[in-house]
Design a protein around this ligand. Structure first.
Ligand SMILES: NC(=O)c1ccc[n+]([C@@H]2O[C@H](COP(=O)([O-])OP(=O)(O)OC[C@H]3O[C@@H](n4cnc5c(N)ncnc54)[C@H](O)[C@@H]3O)[C@@H](O)[C@H]2O)c1
Length: 267
């Protein structure tokens, strides 16, 4: 069997970088993509001694054509695409009216359209790999902010509801073709994304998770233990706090979920 292959967006830093290194450590061939070419060069250097090959390339996820080209190059080299990790994203914190429509539009372009482009570009390769190998998987990076709309992160939070919805829908649509579609739901993670700002919720809950915690969870979503496959787990909350909030929101009445989120956000 040839080496398994994963493509990771936003791989130059934070969660994407940790994910690329984690898969390469386990011998996977990794296509690592980002707009930050200096960060990618640094990643390639760090990965040079790992068992898996890391192939880096510039990819702005807002550019559908670039996405198609990078994945086509990768599959031309490897002959397969077992997993696609739609990870690239940005976060704008603060009051909704502190940002103009252009800034919010950029957040939508990266967090929503970037994922959509990845799904379109990845599908033909994932489908072929699924038909040849019996399995392929997409992991979309959602967030705990897709549990309930978050004040001071309103637009960001809304972009993650797209990720949640498209994951659930395509898991049903693509499942019969052997493509699993999964979403990760981390709470706040210690990366560049969470530096330099705070909200009521970061004050209440802290920033406890590391990029490696999330990379390990990506691996778990790609290679799930039997019980989670038997239960057909689509969403993977990461960390105890997220698991509690996620579970609570499923079983508490809407007014209570709102109240908990209001209190946590000091809104
Ligand atoms: N950090 C958190 O607290 C947290 C929590 C939940 C979910 N997430 C999600 O995890 C993902 C990664 O976040 P992170 O914390 O590692 O952030 P990060 O800022 O550390 O890294 C994001 C990476 O994405 C890249 N990127 C940005 N725009 C891009 C574009 N248009 N095309 C390609 N690459 C682009 C950046 O260059 C950077 O390397 C995001 O989708 C984020 O929303 C993060």
């Amino acid at each position: 069997m040839s080496t398994r292959v994963v493509a990771v967006t936003g791989a130059a830093a934070g969660i994407g970088r940790a994910t690329a290194l984690t898969f390469a450590t386990r011998g996977w061939t990794v296509g690592a993509y980002d707009v930050d070419e200096a960060g990618l060069a640094d990643l390639a250097e760090e990965a040079a001694t790992l068992p898996g090959e890391v192939r880096t390339g510039r990819l702005d996820v807002t550019d559908a054509g670039e996405f198609e080209a990078r994945l086509a190059e990768l599959v031309e080299h490897t002959g397969r695409l077992d997993a696609l990790v739609n990870n690239a994203g940005i976060l704008l914190a603060g009051a909704f009216t502190d940002r103009d429509a252009e800034a919010h539009g950029r957040e939508v372009d990266i967090n929503v359209k970037g994922v959509m482009h990845g799904l379109h570009a990845g599908y033909p390769h994932l489908r072929r790999t699924a038909s040849e190998q019996g399995d392929a998987v997409v992991v979309n990076m959602a967030s705990a902010s897709a549990i309930y709309g978050q004040p001071e992160l309103a637009n960001y939070s809304a972009t993650k509801f797209y990720v949640r919805g498209v994951t659930e829908a395509l898991d049903l649509e693509w499942g019969p073709q052997g493509i699993r579609v999964r979403a990760l739901w981390p709470l706040f993670v210690q990366t560049a994304m969470t530096q330099g700002w705070s909200t009521g919720t970061t004050g209440s809950l802290g920033i406890r998770l590391t990029a490696q915690d999330i990379a390990d969870a990506v691996l778990l979503a790609v290679e799930p233990p039997r019980h989670s496959e038997a239960l057909h787990q689509v969403h993977f909350p990461v960390g105890t706090q997220t698991k509690v909030l996620s579970l609570g929101s499923r079983f508490s009445p809407a007014w209570l979920t709102r109240l908990v989120n209001k209190r946590l956000a000091h809104a």
